[in-house]
Design a binder for this molecule. Sequence first.
Ligand code: T46
Length: 141
Amino acid sequence: MLNFMINIAHKKYEIMDFTVHGDHNGNLISLEQDKNLPFTVRRVYYIYDIPKNIVRGKHAHKKNEQIIICLSGSCDFILDDGKTKKTFHLNDPSKGLYIGSDVWREFSCFSPDCVIMVLASTLYDENDYIRDYNEFLRIIG
Ligand code: T46
């Protein structure tokens, strides 16, 4: 598992499958440092009550890596590495979407019950954001 986690940190994005401890009492997922997380988590935030037709994101990060987990409901993430765009439909709390640095993201199509939790490798820093798409293309070369 640790080798997989080291490898994932070199990828631009990847769906992670978490182990579910489930039985007739329900399900539990544990995310543990150095076990099934590819980076040290410095920040956790969550997003909810999102109007249906809103598009969020529209930026990339210079350093920050993240794992996106849709805890409830569903939404779509469109990831763009400057060459190709890929859409991920998130609707399963047992999966995480790893996003490395230098990936443009937009997310939308929120169900009314959508709750997104994000694990981040850095503290919040507006200087880490690339919010202009042309600048993003220039930076990634
Ligand atoms: C990302 C997607 C998935 C803070 O004060 N602290 C924080 O940790 C964050 C993430 C945001 N903010 C403030 C900054 C803005 O005034 O919250 C406001 C909304 O942030 P933003 O417009 O960046 O939110 P999203 O949903 O477009 O993007 C966020 C993350 O910023 C971003 O890194 O990948 O969620």
